[in-house]
Design a protein around this ligand. Structure first.
Ligand code: GRF
Length: 231
């Protein structure tokens, strides 16, 4: 009897709005991402991401950071939940805290993050503000593996987005967010399919169905340029 392979289990961690969570769920619904979001965890009980999860009957877990005596206690509880849930991949989507070494070490190359800049430029807080202040003409978004640093792990995929003359933080963030919603499900699919190989800082990605010796760059040509239709 043929056994249907179980879908890879994702845990999404988010501190706020959860639009990337929604994009991931939509990609799953469209059949573009073979996975199941088994839980959404937030450090903020009022995170909109939790509402989105509950609406879709997904376990929505509020681990209120402020309710713990200290950072260690919070991370201990978080680790316990992650071990219980046993995800194949932990997806940080607007999760605003650094994960400690012991959590990162427990899930080697199984935690990914998305950041709204072309890393290593503008890591950390307010990346859109940083990009505008610096005066770059192109920014974008980056999906990367998570290590102990702040947005420092090996880069999986990037997409470039133009910075326009009259951009504000808000308009730039919106333009980048649209690309995030396309890029993140695609990067997650590559990781789950086992099409990603980490070699030091470099992450090689194989096209679907390609053997290791026919490596192709899944990063589409358009991702490294500004999208046509936008100046
Ligand atoms: C996104 O811009 C993401 O790149 C950054 O935080 C924001 C989260 O947005 N890490 P949302 O909660 O997914 O709407």
């Amino acid at each position: 009897m043929t056994r249907i392979r179980e879908l890879p289990r994702l845990v999404v961690m988010a501190s706020g709005r959860g639009s990337n969570l929604e994009a991931i769920l939509d990609a799953i619904d469209r059949g573009e991402l073979r996975a199941r979001v088994v839980a959404v965890i937030s450090d903020r009980p009022d995170a909109q991401a939790l509402e989105r999860a509950a609406r879709r009957q997904i376990e929505a877990l509020a681990l209120d950071y402020r309710a713990f005596p200290d950072r260690d206690a919070y991370h201990e509880a978080l680790l316990e939940h992650l071990v219980r849930i046993a995800p194949d991949l932990i997806v940080l989507a607007g999760y605003m805290r650094l994960l400690p070494g012991r959590i990162v070490a427990r899930f080697p190359q199984r935690i990914v993050n998305i950041h709204p800049s072309l890393l290593p430029a503008f890591p950390g807080l307010n990346p859109h503000r940083q990009a505008l202040d610096y005066g770059v003409k192109v920014s974008g978004c980056t999906v990367h593996f998570v290590d102990e640093g702040m947005d420092t792990g090996p880069i999986i995929m990037q997409a470039a987005v133009p910075v326009l003359e009259d951009d504000t933080e808000k308009s730039l963030a919106e333009r980048i967010l649209r690309r995030e919603h396309e890029l993140y499900p695609r990067a997650i699919a590559a990781v789950l399919d086992g099409r990603v190989r980490v070699e030091g800082r470099r992450v090689r990605i194989f096209a679907p169905g390609a053997a290791g010796d026919h490596e192709q760059d899944e990063q589409k040509e358009g991702d490294s340029r500004c999208k046509s239709g936008e100046p």
